[in-house]
Design a binder for this molecule. Structure first.
Ligand SMILES: [Zn+2]
Ligand SMILES: [Zn+2]
Length: 219
């Protein structure tokens, strides 16, 4: 399966090492740490969000800022990266379609090992030379922090099922003729008042008299 066939929104399997791109703002060179366990450095930087960071209903807009506060530490097995990534995700309220934004603070804690072959865990991240690629890690962490059902507010009233206005913007909104929208079409079936007479003993649209024999019904 080539990269072009992979759906863009599917998280990349970390173990299938994609080549770390030095130019990616989420790839960090750890050469300066050396391989002496205990050496440590911190990175505080703001980088642009990669494309497709999110889920269908909400995500971090490509190019919007991600504030990284990281600690890179040489350990016996490789490099341990810990810290936080702060960003803003934007989506739509699932009830009323208003824009919703959510501040995300993802905790990062990832061990990048020197040599994947020595690890049984298939989910392990691997150092590529001296490079750590935080993008797959960030993807997994951010997706877990995103609301699957974003709401503009907890008790959003949604949209009027008849006319579609946003109910929170129109307190007390109602229609005089509270007709079930599925039956509303019947109200325009014909406009001859004479036809609105109901036979004695019948009521409502369910048993409205049908058209007379031979009469053409036009809708
Ligand atoms: Zn809403
Ligand atoms: Zn309405």
């Amino acid at each position: 399966m080539s990269a072009s066939q992979r759906p863009a929104d599917r998280p990349v399997d970390r173990h299938v090492a994609r080549p770390a791109d030095r130019r990616s703002p989420l790839v960090f060179d750890t050469r300066a740490l050396g391989r002496r366990a205990g050496a440590m450095t911190t990175v505080t930087t703001t980088v642009p969000a990669p494309a497709g960071l999110g889920i269908e209903v909400i995500g971090v807009p490509e190019g919007s800022p991600i504030e990284l506060d990281l600690r890179l530490e040489a350990v016996v097995e490789g490099v341990l990266v810990t810290g936080t990534a702060r960003m803003r995700a934007v989506g739509e309220c699932v009830r009323c379609l208003t824009e919703v934004s959510v501040d995300i603070e993802a905790d990062i804690q990832e061990l990048f090992v020197h040599d994947a072959a020595s690890e049984d865990d298939e989910e392990v991240s691997v150092l590529q030379g001296d490079l750590v690629d935080l993008e797959p890690v960030l993807r997994d962490d951010v997706v877990l922090d995103l609301p699957f059902q974003p709401l503009c507010r907890e008790d959003c009233a949604g949209l009027c099922p008849v006319c579609g206005v946003r109910l929170d913007d129109h307190p007390g909104h109602h229609h005089d003729d509270e007709v079930d929208p599925r039956w509303a079409a019947l109200g325009t079936w014909d406009d001859d008042p004479a036809d609105d007479r109901v036979e004695p003993g019948t009521a409502g649209p369910y048993n409205r008299p049908g058209p007379a024999q031979g009469e053409e019904v036009s809708r």
